[in-house]
Design a protein around this ligand. Structure first.
Ligand code: FE2
Length: 227
């Protein structure tokens, strides 16, 4: 377990390593959110600081959880109340490049800039009602759709492919691997995505691209409406 001081040091090291890549590769939605959120570079921000920006903008609120990897059921139960859970857990020095577990750097640096944008929280708000009315099999499919969109999705921007997913934005190793062209990219369609497994303990072997936020929402809605 890392102390708060160590967490701040690891946060600083991660920001230093990742910001340059994120500047090069992240989509405009991330940057628009990051401008609003103004994350500190030298320490982990407090939830109060984060909520002071996020809640007035989108109605969402971050809450702390001591659970290291929240299961989808409590996760989407919180989502339904517009609560975004941030884990207390921070990776250690040996995992700067890649961690299979979402830690507070992933949750805050990867996700929260997006959560200041209404057009993005509208997307996140599609998942919880769908999950809650889904069968066990459909729940697995919804988790996969979330994985390959909000966690590891790619988006087209001015003819180029940019990084959209929070899991890529917070992963030094995987973002480089993807942007080096080492990962096949397929169009984000329901049929394509449901044909692949999530890769939790390694880099993803295939990723999916959508044209813009609206076309992602339309594609997801075509599946959610059938539930
Ligand atoms: Fe995540």
């Amino acid at each position: 377990m890392t102390t708060e001081q160590e967490q701040d040091q690891i946060w600083t090291a991660l920001c230093e390593r990742q910001l340059e890549r994120v500047e090069r590769y992240a989509c405009r939605e991330y940057w628009e959110g990051a401008e609003r959120l103004q994350l500190p570079r030298q320490r982990v921000p407090t939830l109060d600081e984060l909520n002071a920006v996020i809640t007035p903008a989108t109605g969402w609120r971050t809450v702390r959880t001591s659970v290291r990897y929240s299961d989808a059921v409590p996760w989407y139960r919180a989502f339904a109340r517009k609560l975004f859970m941030v884990t207390d857990y921070m990776r250690d020095w040996s995992e700067l490049e890649f961690t299979p577990e979402p830690d507070m750097f992933h949750d805050i640096f990867g996700h929260l800039p997006f959560m200041t944008l209404k057009r993005y929280t509208d997307l996140q708000e599609m998942f919880a009602p769908a999950f809650q009315s889904a069968s066990p099999l459909q729940r697995e499919q919804i988790k996969r759709l979330a994985w390959f969109s909000t966690e590891f999705g790619m988006i087209r921007e001015n003819g180029q492919v940019r990084v959209f997913g929070a899991g890529l934005i917070s992963s030094i190793g995987e973002i480089e691997n993807v942007m080096a062209g080492k990962v096949p990219l397929l169009p984000f369609t329901i049929d394509n995505v449901l044909g692949y497994e999530k890769a939790i303990y390694s880099y993803n072997e295939v990723l999916f691209v959508f044209d813009d936020l609206d076309s992602l929402k339309t594609e997801l809605a075509s599946y959610f409406e059938r539930l």
